[in-house]
Ligand binder design. Sequence first.
Ligand code: GRG
Length: 277
Amino acid sequence: GGIKIGEEELKLLLDPYVRKADLALMEALRNNMENPFADPLIEFMKGGKRIRPAILFLINEACGGGGSPELAAAAVELIHTASLIHDDIIDDSDSRRGIPSFHIKHGTEMAILIADFILSIVLEIVSKYEDKRIGRLLSEATKLMSIGEMMEVILLRRGDPISVEDYLNVLKYKTASLFQTASSLGALIAGRDDLYEEMGLYGLYLGLSYQIRDDLLDWGEKGEITYLLKGNDVREFLEDLALQYSMKAMDKLNFIPDSPQKRILREIAAYSIERKI
Ligand code: GRG
């Protein structure tokens, strides 16, 4: 139950977690300022919503808190950042977050290299955790994202009609895997091994609804994988699908006790299908 809140109110509720994510990112980048492109990177990172690290922090707290979620939260957002920079090169996309994409502003060479550098910071972060499962989860997400993007490129090159199953598979790999890892990590770092599976599924379903919404927001742009979906009323179908995944994500929250953090996680699932950006 509960009353659905507006986008503005959710932003306010998320604000402390966005700040925490920014602090963690600054800490991770602090030792890496010898990179001549550190400033453009910081500039580029300013525009992100920080939804993935926020989810990691929220689930960590909702699972009792503790551990050191900051480094993992920074790692998740850094992987996301590297993937966006590469994705914009692959899609030849001119803008990102309302400003010119990294490769448009700084050239493709620098865009490739800064993403390489970002992933090396992620390795540095992983080396700081004693628990090997953290590195395993982060590497799993990064691998799946790469595979998902490859699957998408293959399907787009082929240009043949695709099934809903093909489409969902791409989404699961390229987007939902990082949401899943962020969510699993929140529970794992809190020491709740018993919850990390179910919390991971919250992230997986949320990631699916989030990406379907993304595809609906991009509707009509050329080169989109949704063009390949066969059948009529694709748009209505996707709207319904996103709603179903959003509800499946909310269901997974039944595994954790009520808390202010749980309420925010519920609102994030509701927001995933209503967001405008
Ligand atoms: C790990 C370097 C690396 C590459 C993996 C390129 C690639 C292979 C994967 C790209 C996957 C991709 C672009 C998924 C889209 C995910 C998505 C919904 C992006 C938008 O996320 P928001 O709304 O964006 O969180 P902001 O700007 O708020 O951060």
